[in-house]
Design a protein around this ligand. Structure first.
Ligand SMILES: [Zn+2]
Ligand SMILES: [Zn+2]
Length: 354
């Protein structure tokens, strides 16, 4: 089969590799769509994991082989996949810290080599421990929409970490695909959203996706404007979400939050990135600096309902489609966001299914 193999920093090659073989408790899925995700882009640009690997983890497709011991799935089922699934039984899982579970940290979907998602290939093997993360997709839902379940899940998990009340005011810094998902999901949860970005076109989009206020992130008076946009004599933000790895935004968020507000880091995924913070803002002002990483499997039914019923319509987010052969172009495109580019999808099928 055809696959895009990561051979080193910024080196993605189209290669012929064997179709994965499956065990009796596994399935084989023919990939129909795979989202290009910033976490993979970082690995490709910075070489943080050793090659060779086949990346791509926002995958949807069709079950084409089924181990004899697999229950609850049939050949031909349309499915969305999760490459990390927690055991639900360990100490971390009992604390709902699923991303810290040892089982979760393993990658259970592969197209060959060290498992790394495998979605940039024609077929992927889904290991037994990832089968609880397989979601059946209704026929009216496109594979592209189904490939968005994983990123939507990570965003809903982040929203829930904020512990908001209806009517709370939240800043979302960065209005790329993830920031726009935050804006919409926060709105659906009853929050008021103040969106920031450096691109005017993204601010316009943010308003369409539910932001009450949209501000240029490079305004010198941003903190003042953020506070002025909160009710009851500028009491400050209830929470802020950083959907970009900007340390300037971190300081603005801490400053603009009310006492005991929460600042959520969602994009600071690079190790050894340190930044001085006034610790009294955490101790005395009780502002929480928290993070959220990856998905929460217990939210999956809710995420599927949101996307499948299009209460969260992800289709306008998908702006570019590339055939598998051009995955390197897709990654390059996703690395350099432009006003007209949001989510980028790779597909090994010649024509995308309707
Ligand atoms: Zn992802
Ligand atoms: Zn666990």
């Amino acid at each position: 089969m055809r696959a895009i193999v990561y051979r080193g920093i910024d080196d993605l090659r189209l290669e012929e590799v064997p179709v994965p073989t499956i065990r009796s408790d596994e399935i084989l899925v023919r990939v129909a769509a795979c989202g290009v995700c910033p976490t993979d882009i970082k690995k490709i640009h910075h070489g943080t994991v050793p090659p060779p690997r086949i990346f791509g983890h926002e995958t949807a497709g069709t079950v084409v082989r089924l181990g004899a011991r697999v229950r609850g799935l049939r050949l031909g089922d349309r499915v969305a996949l999760h490459h990390h699934v927690p055991c639900l039984d360990c100490h971390a899982c009992r604390h709902r810290a699923f991303a810290q579970c040892e089982t979760y940290k393993r990658t259970g979907i592969t197209a060959g080599f060290e498992p790394a998602g495998g979605g940039y290939a024609e077929y992927v093997r889904v290991m037994a421990f990832c089968l609880p993360g397989v979601v059946k997709v209704p026929t009216r839902t496109t594979f592209e929409e189904a490939a968005m379940l994983e990123p939507v899940n990570t965003v809903l998990k982040g929203v829930r970490r904020l512990g908001l009340l209806p009517g709370d005011t939240v800043m979302v810094a960065g209005q790329g695909p993830i920031g726009l998902l935050f804006t919409r999901l926060l709105r659906l949860e009853g929050a008021r959203v103040i969106a920031t970005d450096l691109l005017d076109s993204r601010l316009q989009l943010a308003r369409r996706w539910g932001a009450t206020v949209a501000l240029r992130a490079d305004r010198p008076d941003l903190v003042d404007r953020l506070r002025a946009a909160t009710p009851r004599s500028r009491r400050g933000l209830d929470a802020a979400v950083l959907a970009v790895p900007s340390n300037a935004a971190l300081h603005q968020a801490i400053e603009a939050c009310r006492g005991a507000g929460r600042v959520l880091l969602f994009a600071h995924t690079r190790r050894n990135d340190s930044e001085p913070v006034d610790l009294a803002s955490i101790c005395v002002d009780e502002k929480d600096l928290i993070g959220s990483y990856s998905a929460d499997v217990t939210l999956q039914p809710e995420v599927a309902r949101l996307v499948f019923r299009r209460r969260l319509d992800v289709r306008p987010l998908i702006t570019h489609r590339f055939p598998l052969e051009r995955t390197a172009d897709a990654v390059a495109r996703a690395s350099q966001p432009t006003p007209d580019s949001l989510k980028i999808i790779v597909s090994p099928l010649e024509a995308m299914p309707a």
